[in-house]
Design a protein around this ligand. Structure first.
Ligand code: GFB
Length: 309
């Protein structure tokens, strides 16, 4: 168990996941939290990362720093998504090992699983087939991170674990329409269509792919739970166990935003993976499950963000 006085490094503390983990730790009474912005510490720079770990006496690491984005960003900035995420994972995991931290939690993504893997996605599906092409670079970097945690545990006994979240949303999300994920993009599109009295909103792709959405506060809660309760070799899925079509998501967002126009489709944009529903039975058997319903989470997020567009 982490103790209140332990020194905890949250890598990526300004991102959606990292900031949720900081909120969770503070709510639990932790105050010795080390944070560095990317301009203070470039996690792609191995020498800088090593020096940082040598200077600090870090007990626990939540590795939530990553270059992230939606389907178009992943597919456009393919080299950056591979290089940045590989370097961040390799540098932080190796430095945490050298500095003998007590434990590290690495965060991945459901896109690590093969495009056509059996649903729901069980942890054992990893590396059983080809990846979804639009996010293969990101997935390869995240698989490398999982394997770093596994191999440092196997060879050195380092207590490094990995959690694989499904698609996340919540405070501090990215609302840039070119680089964001679908949920924040649709909140913005429906909000702006309502304000501008636009007759329709355009979704990318067919609207038929299915996705699972987890509120980032639930994700932070799961990370805290795993840090205190899990010391296994295998990565652990984190999700709700429930998915919905993109069109179904759009319908909920339209209702929450109170937009009554029509929905159109831009078929020049990719659908990506047809479905990626997490099998969350391993996490459930450890004793954790999500608590924020999708409609409630969207309502809360929209109330927080609508005046800042
Ligand atoms: O959330 P999203 O960008 O990423 O897209 P992925 C999910 C689905 O929503 C795709 C559709 O089928 C999109 O075509 N979609 C509809 C939209 N309208 C929009 C829109 O306005 N914006 C966006 N962004 N999508 C990412 C991966 O995959 O998920 C990452 O690329 C990572 O690597 C992340 O795994 C969680 O779910 O397809």
């Amino acid at each position: 168990m982490m103790k209140r006085e332990d020194c905890i490094y949250v890598a990526g503390h300004r991102g959606m996941v990292g900031s949720a983990i900081v909120r969770k730790l503070q709510a639990e009474g932790f105050s010795n939290i080390v944070k560095r912005t990317s301009s203070e510490l470039d996690l792609r720079d191995q020498a800088a990362v090593n020096a940082f770990f040598e200077e600090q006496s870090i007990d626990y690491v939540f590795l939530a720093a990553a270059k992230v984005g939606g389907i178009l960003a992943n597919n456009t900035y393919r080299a950056e998504f591979l290089y940045d995420n590989l370097m961040i994972a390799a540098n932080v995991i190796h430095a945490a090992h050298t500095a003998k931290v007590k434990k590290l939690l690495f965060l991945g993504s459901s896109c690590i699983y093969p495009k056509l893997a059996e649903q729901p996605l069980h942890e054992s599906s990893l590396l059983t087939g080809s990846l979804e092409p639009t996010n293969e670079p990101y997935a390869i970097a995240k698989i490398a991170g999982i394997k770093l945690c596994e191999t440092y545990r196997q060879q050195y006994g380092s207590n490094f674990i990995s959690a694989m979240p499904t698609n996340l949303y919540g405070p501090n999300d990215n609302y840039d329409l070119k680089t964001s994920h679908v949920l924040p993009a649709l909140i913005r599109k429906f909000h702006e269509a309502k304000i501008n009295n636009s007759p329709s909103v355009t979704l990318w792709g067919t609207g038929k792919p299915m996705r699972e959405f987890l509120h980032v506060d639930d994700m932070a809660d799961a990370c805290y739970f795993l840090m205190n309760n899990y010391n296994g070799l295998e990565h652990v899925n984190v999700g709700t166990g429930v998915d919905i079509t993109i069109r179904g998501l759009a319908d909920i967002i339209a209702e929450v935003v109170e937009y009554s126009g029509t929905i159109e489709h831009d078929l020049s944009k990719p659908d990506g993976t047809p479905r990626k529903l997490m099998d969350v039975s391993n996490l459930a058997s450890l004793g954790w499950s999500s608590s924020i319903e999708l409609r409630d989470g969207i309502t809360q997020v929209y109330a927080d963000i609508k005046d800042s567009f």
